[in-house]
Design a protein around this ligand. Structure first.
Ligand code: WT7
Length: 692
């Protein structure tokens, strides 16, 4: 047996108290959480009675099995999918020890399947061909579209046939640089159908970032569109792509084809710059291909996609996910954490350029045969109530978003929300950063009319799917807590020496053992995979997050503990921003830290020193910010540039970020020990210049 179960046992006590809750500061789902003193929102009988997991006892039972018998637990679930050939005797390596030798995680090895088949054909064969797979809502109100599962498969097959025709084979990388058009999930599923490895690059990334990814994964083909509308802005994606392809070819990596979807709402064909021999219009070639395409049967451990994410060095990491485990895990987490029902209309506001859009716009929902809403635009265009217009228009039942959006809508005022009906909403959910209790309460009270549980899902690009999340409606929720682990997940909290902490505690969040959705490697750098994630705390996967566990066993995420900052749920490496800043010829040195930001969660605060003799000016400040926008993307632009003649360093030359963080957040009285600084005086200079 596994003694880990002690970590989830407290739930039993909390829940048993829930029946006669007078001693808890609690309300029941359906009642508003007005006061800050409310600790718990207890499940309602009605919600629990219809839920996929109906009680905390049922969760504990299922959880217990998932920990004591992972092979049995996960293979029962995996059996619900279509496998051309079942996996071998070993569902996973029960003796996996991440302390030893090469770390090779495998799930369902030897099983032969295809995720695109499981997202599409399996449902169509079960009679769901006419069910809507995608509702698409354009940036401009009034512009919309939809695809049934059959229509979606037709389009996926056409793209798949095209890719095969130009020589894309199993294992080849394909870069997708598209806005939230239906063509984005279509292309992902087309790649998956033929075993090509997609690498979606968020269309907010700059030409240089895109080029960096092209150089790393060397795709034959890149799929983009000529331009897109985001709110009132037009973004000329093809110009960015052209610059990136140019830059990559100067670095020895060339692309054969750039397939361009014409998005006439944003830019007409005749106005698009064109390179004969490289560029092809999607609309000219794709419709010519047949609407059926046999799938490429893949091993469960064949790669499905890579997705770049930020780490603590300047070079983004290509996170690799494989086919079988990812399929089983995203489908299962989606089903339980959102209490999925076939009648749901599901909307996730994330872009497919991030992991959330991979696991919970495309794969997780479609593996369940769900109707997914894909929205092209921004949440506050043309007005602050757009999201709720969309919810009412499509009768959205499940709304999954990020705390930053909740906070910005909260600031715009309740009237924007309350003038809509939102009666269709049943489950709300949050991801990307800790949701602060006041945003949680507003989301619950105002958006959900105190009727909808909130699934605060903690996970990461690396984990593939949810790790810590409430199961909606079935156990007492605490505003702001991600609650308990998902099935099969064993979170542990360790101290700086790597010692596992017990009971009420606070420390570094790690995970013991493995789960099917775990990433398998970093593209082209397995050593970095092992050193970054498995070396810091021996025996565990290290998440990079801090976490507190309270007396009731609830988890409270406290943010990144490494050199990564989280801006509006976007993960940005401080080293990436620093390297962009120092690429400016007038910048000598840069140190970037995160500071609290009312809407974005964290803001980017950059300390810079300049090359000798260069004066600091407003113009230079703007120019430095522009440099970061151009090198990474607008979302990484520093909120504050703090010019300084020198940075606080130890005698060995290491920048003391601890001090910089305090200066950035103006906690001048809490600088701590500055005696080890090479030049203690620089701190005073920094403080004096902190208003400039
Ligand atoms: C980091 C992962 C996973 C999809 C979105 C971001 C933070 C994510 C939560 C949450 C507290 C959260 C963590 C994590 N994070 N969700 N519910 N509560 N923090 O994916 O870009 O890989 O970033 O986002 O710091 O490590 P990502």
């Amino acid at each position: 047996t596994n003694d880990y179960l002690r970590h989830v046992e407290p739930l039993k006590h909390v829940s048993s108290g829930a029946g006669h809750a007078s001693h808890l500061n609690a309300v029941v789902l359906g009642e508003s959480v007005a006061a800050e003193e409310v600790d718990f929102v207890l499940p309602s009988k009605d919600f629990a009675a219809q839920a996929n997991v109906q009680s905390s006892e049922q969760y504990l039972e299922m959880y217990k099995r998932s920990i004591e018998d992972p092979a049995g637990f996960w293979s029962d679930i995996a059996s619900e999918f279509y496998w051309k050939q079942r996996w071998g005797d070993k569902v996973w390596d029960e003796n996996l020890d991440v302390r030893k030798g090469k770390i090779e995680i495998e799930w369902f090895k030897g099983g032969i399947t295809n995720i695109s088949y499981n997202c599409l054909d399996r449902h169509i064969e079960a009679g769901l061909g006419d069910k809507i797979a995608i509702y698409w809502e354009g940036n401009e109100p009034g512009l919309d579209g939809s695809l049934t599962y059959s229509q979606l498969r037709d389009q996926v097959c056409q793209v798949a046939n095209y890719l095969k025709d130009i020589g894309v084979k199993k294992g080849d990388a394909v870069i997708i640089y598209l806005p939230m058009l239906m063509e984005l999930p279509i292309t992902m599923l087309a790649c998956a159908r033929i075993g090509a490895v997609h690498s979606v690059v968020f269309a907010g990334f700059s030409a240089e970032s895109l080029a960096q990814r092209i150089i790393d994964c060397k795709p034959k083909v890149l799929i983009t569109c000529n331009a897109s509308k985001r709110g009132s802005k037009t973004i000329y994606l093809k110009d960015i792509v052209d610059a990136a392809i140019n830059y990559a070819s100067q670095n020895g990596v060339s692309i054969d084809v750039s397939l361009v979807y014409e998005n006439p709402v944003a830019l007409k064909r005749v106005d698009t710059k064109w390179k004969e021999g490289l560029d092809l219009w999607w609309q000219d070639v794709i419709p010519r291909y047949p609407t059926t395409c046999p799938v490429e049967w893949l091993d469960a451990e064949d790669p499905l996609f890579l997705l770049y994410t930020s780490g603590s060095t300047g070079k983004p990491k290509g996170v690799v996910h494989t086919t079988g485990g990812y399929m089983v895990y995203t489908a299962t987490t989606f089903k339980y954490a959102f209490d999925y029902k076939p009648s749901d209309i599901y909307w996730c506001t994330a872009d497919c350029g991030w992991i959330t859009g991979h696991s919970y716009v495309t794969y997780g929902p479609m593996l369940n045969g769900a109707s997914v809403l894909v929205y092209e635009g921004t949440p506050n265009y043309p007005h602050a109530g757009r999201c709720w217009d969309i919810v009412d228009k499509y009768k959205v039942t499940t709304f999954y978003t990020a705390p930053t959006l909740v906070r910005s809508l909260m600031r715009d005022g309740d009237e924007n929300v309350t003038r809509s009906s939102r009666k269709s909403l049943r489950v709300l959910a949050s991801v990307g950063e800790p949701i602060n209790p006041s945003a949680w309460r507003w989301f619950y009270n105002v958006v959900g009319d105190s009727r909808c549980p909130i699934s605060d899902t903690w996970w990461q690009t690396e984990t593939g799917g949810f790790m810590i999340t409430p199961l909606p409606g079935v156990w007492p929720q605490k505003p702001g807590s991600a609650t308990y682990p998902f099935f099969g997940v064993q979170p542990v909290i360790v101290d700086e020496k790597g010692v596992e902490l017990e009971g009420e505690c606070s420390g570094y969040l790690c995970v013991k053992g493995s789960w099917p959705g775990a990433f398998r490697t970093l593209y082209g750098d397995h050593e970095r995979y092992e050193t970054t994630y498995f070396k810091p705390f021996s025996g565990y996967y290290f998440s990079g997050d801090g976490c507190r566990r309270d007396k009731d066993g609830y988890h409270w995420l406290t943010g990144r503990v490494d050199d990564v900052i989280n801006v509006s749920g976007h993960r940005i490496g401080t080293a990436e921003v620093e390297s962009a800043l120092v690429s400016h010829p007038k910048c000598a040195e840069a140190a970037v830290v995160g500071v609290e930001h009312e809407v974005k969660g964290q803001g980017i605060y950059a300390f810079v020193t300049l090359v000798d003799g260069v004066p600091y000016s407003e113009e230079l400040r703007k120019d430095l910010i522009l440099t970061v926008r151009k090198q990474i993307g607008a979302f990484a632009a520093p909120d504050k540039i703090h010019w300084a003649p020198g940075l606080p360093k130890t005698r060995s030359g290491k920048i003391m970020r601890r001090i910089l963080r305090k200066v950035a957040s103006r906690q001048f009285d809490e600088l701590g020990d500055t005696s080890t600084l090479a030049e203690p005086n620089v701190v005073n200079q920094l403080i004096e210049l902190s208003d400039s």
